[in-house]
Ligand binder design. Structure first.
Ligand code: AVJ
Length: 327
């Protein structure tokens, strides 16, 4: 073996400013008649650690079920893709899940490039480095930027056919407009030989959904409240976390889990860095997240509306979660 280590290479393809503006976004969201906070701000260092914990909770079946589907079906998924493939993952590459796709590719081809597109650098976790050590035939490239920019970079830099994976039901955070925009970009950037793998949490009994977002150990509550702690840390706010309570409810009309933070009393909160006072009535909520749930048919019709054709579905026996392989 040569002394060269097989390391992750990061390419910054940020064309537009992806700089997030926490202050401005928070000001807008908390001064609106219905208060909210953008769910992307959950994921500071503490938030990411709490989300990791959520993924291992007994009630949070999503990660476990999706991982099991990938474990059992990765070979079949890869079989349906063209040979000499490269693998693209949208969002921070979670190596536990991608491992199965990577292993199936490498059982079939000599070498593989694995691209992870994420707006924050370092999206590839330590597991990715572990994979690189196990598989010298593997190359990992982190692309730092928006999905659209990452995909367009790849259409000029990667000639080989690609399997683009968007896992973890992250699409659940998208509004219908977000989905329309996202599918439009995908259609522009994917070539006919490319395929798309989408992980979707399926519509099911509300009690089971609500338990997944309101676990008995209170980890999801901590995750939700951490967004207020973050405003305290980063914007000099004085939220008293003991005066807000986590709430997760299934909204049937919109087919989504909603996460809220409920103010337990009338109170005024100061956000020092913004020079802003926010008043809360007792029972008033900050709407922090929507997680849309789809029936198979509904997701397939959304995809069809955007010119995508479902090649294959891979669900668990209880139809809790579904992976769609799409061209
Ligand atoms: C990261 C959007 C897939 O909706 O299940 C988990 C986020 N929020 N528990 C989800 C989340 C509360 C998660 N996604």
């Amino acid at each position: 073996m040569s002394g060269l280590s097989n390391e992750v290479r990061y390419v910054s393809i940020t064309l537009r400013e992806v700089q997030e503006n926490l202050g401005l976004d928070v000001q807008q969201a908390l001064t609106a008649p219905i208060k909210s906070l953008p769910c992307k701000y959950f994921y500071d260092q503490q938030g990411m650690a709490l989300f990791e914990q959520i993924c291992g909770l007994p009630e949070y079946y999503l990660t476990r079920v999706e991982t099991a589907i990938l474990k059992n079906r990765a070979a079949q998924i890869i079989e349906r893709c063209p040979s000499d493939l490269s693998l693209v993952e949208l969002g921070s590459g979670s190596s536990t899940k991608s491992r199965f796709l990577i292993e199936s590719c490498l059982a079939r081809q000599k070498a593989l490039t694995y691209y992870a597109i994420d707006i924050s650098p370092g999206g590839l976790d330590n597991g990715a480095r572990q994979l690189l050590q196990e598989y010298p035939q593997l190359r990992a490239v982190g692309l730092v930027g928006e999905f659209a920019d990452g995909l367009s970079y790849l259409s000029t830099h990667a000639r080989e056919p690609r399997l683009v994976a968007f896992l973890g039901s992250t699409i659940g955070n998208f509004t219908e407009e977000d989905i329309a925009r996202f599918f439009t970009v995908l259609r522009q950037e994917l070539r006919p030989e490319d395929q798309f793998l989408l992980g979707v949490d399926l519509l099911k009994a509300p009690a089971m959904l609500e338990a997944a977002y309101d676990d008995s150990q209170g980890i999801t509550a901590q995750f939700n409240l951490n967004i207020l702690a973050r405003l305290n840390r980063e914007l000099g706010a004085d939220f008293d976390l003991a005066t807000f309570r986590h709430r997760a409810v299934f909204n049937r009309e919109h087919s989504r889990i909603e996460m809220h933070l409920v103010s337990l009393r009338d109170q005024r909160v100061r956000i020092g860095d913004l020079g802003l006072d926010i008043d809360f009535r007792q029972g008033e909520t900050i709407h922090t997240e929507n997680c849309y749930k789809y029936s198979r048919a509904r997701m397939e019709s959304l995809m069809a509306d955007h010119g995508f054709h479902v090649l294959c579905r891979f669900a668990d026996p209880h139809e809790q979660f579904c992976l769609f392989l799409v061209s």
